[in-house]
Design a protein around this ligand. Sequence first.
Ligand code: ADP
Ligand code: MG
Length: 697
Amino acid sequence: MDRLPVQTNYTAKMGRLLAEHFGVPVEELPDRLDNHLLRVDISYPRPVNEDGTIEFDWWGAGWDTRTEGYWHSFAPLKDSRDLDRLAWPNPEAAGLLDAAVRTISARGADTFVVPNLGMCLFERAWSLRGFEAVMMDMIERPEWVEELLDRIAASQIALSKRFVAAGVDGGYFGDDYGAQRSMLFSPRLWRRLIKPRLAAMFAVFLDAGLPVILHSDGDIRAILPDLVEIGLTTLNPVQPEVLEHIWLSREYGSKLSFYGGISTQDVLPTGNAEVIRAATIACARQLAPGGTGLLLGPSHRMQSDIPPRSGTRCWRPSMRQERVARLFKEKFGGEPALWSRAPGRVDLMGSHTDYNLGFVLTLSISRDTWVAARPREDRIVRLYSANLDSRESFDLRAIAVRGNSGARWGDYPRGVAWALAAERLPLGGFDGVIHSTVPIRSGLSSSAALECAVAVMFRALGGWEMSGERLARLCQRAENEYVGMNCGILDQFSSCLGRAGCALLLDCRDLSTRPVRLAEGIRAVICDTKSPRELVGGEYGARRARCEEGAALLGVRALRDATMAHVATLSGEVRKRCEFIVGENERVLAMSDALAAGDRGAIGRLCAESFAGARDLYEICSPSMLTMMEAMMAAPGAIGARQAGAGFGGCMVAFVETGKTDEVAAATSEDYNKKTGLTPEIYPVEAADGAALMPVV
Ligand code: ADP
Ligand code: MG
């Protein structure tokens, strides 16, 4: 695993603030926050009192609707201990799990679904009877409390069994037993009243081979051995102010995993970026010293006292930075001084149009390549690629000219140095770690991301200025002439000039670009067939040659200048290839309009035409791509789908209704896997900014 999974929960009010902050609908937040745990609930009507100030839960307890969360305001057993008079809910009722079952069947590959069995036992008892009252009952009439708890536990067990049968991945129970400095009541009483019943509830999941998460706030050190004994797998929320992380890890690290850890009492509401980052890193180091065993997140649902910025900026980038900084120390010693990044890209329309000097609509994606570097006194460049676990180095005074076949990954950064040196730009040596989340050789252009991130680093270290356009062209030159891969300008332009929130319409003749703001409600989803391709030379070169032949026969400089009427005069393979390019070029402009307007009908039609042409005319579709196309289009919520990159396997792209990405991913993945035996990787992407230095958060 390259990073720790994260999980950010929030109250309804905080959810609205976060959604506003990101500019996405609330239902997209889990995805946007990269959440891995999905809690499913029972569905039931939630009645309110006359003036709407109290909402009643499934068990009949009332909650104040004017607060952000947890203000208890009605206890049905307040005035009577007659348990038979309470209208106990029926855990076997039909329909209770309908919504949960839908979610479970649509879950994505990275999602872990658990039932939300919050307020499961002690909390359920006090919510029915009243907090003070039940505390008194526990002393004065523990037998009655046992009876109450037995009834609650019976319901929870029945519900748990239904959830297990519905296919959840584990159990999630919530029950607070701790206050800030001690247990709420004695461990002895807990062992008598709570432990046996909680054990029976855990057992439903454990017996099915599933893990169990327990959320309990407060200082519950006294009962941790008991929780381990009854089979607890994961402890939440490990508040740093009450359970010291170093101690927890030393005493329980081999017996429990942890979930939570970042303080919502202190760090998140009050800390600046630096404080949050330091707390996040400390938490990860202490609770996951081996790099696993922690689902990192706030130590409670975030409430609106946390600035949305603080709640979102912290761990995702910082975890990756922490990992890369650690690698830097390991490989070179000390710390990196500068960081650069450059995104991969996916073409939304316009396959193979770039070298025909036509149009392409491209998206710079939220997957990118980083270079973390420290300048050297000499002119040596030493690099370590975390993705390939491989070192390369070269001397800037002796960069061999040409003749390299791209056989070594070092040829890409070395080629960039060569192209920049040819412009007489001063270059300085550095030690650098490369870390990329762009899949390599899958058609999302990891090569351009690497080149552009390296070029930006040379520019920063050399202290010279250069526009993104020119930098992109030099990177292309590096790949064309040094690596020997005859790619068009698309990849490098996209990596250098992308803009968050927009696709980029690129005219490959005059190299002008226009941002195309994408309509709300549609997301691009990458569907990686996981069938890799080989492209340097081979088929790619052959396609390019046919296009040049066609242009020569037609007497135009490039196919960009040809029309369908022209193409009709050609014959054979050249005609087929040219027909695709001319049609595809027209589709790029139409697709830009369709995506900007959110015209789903046009998007679907253009994608279908593009794919049909790629399959029948340009012949760049592998069998796995045909299968993936079928799977993508059969998924409910898919608007359109097509090839991406150069074809011959690798990634494809689907356009999906926002909010349906999980469902589309699940359905596509299952269908494709059934037919090919391959496990595809499917994930939504966002439009990211182009290559630049990166602030260290
Ligand atoms: P893509 O479609 O991903 O651009 P290419 O074949 O054009 O595929 O480029 C992939 C090559 O780029 C790799 O084989 C490797 O040499 C180089 N490369 C890309 N990313 C990295 C990385 N993170 N570390 C080292 N080399 C990389
Ligand atoms: Mg490439």
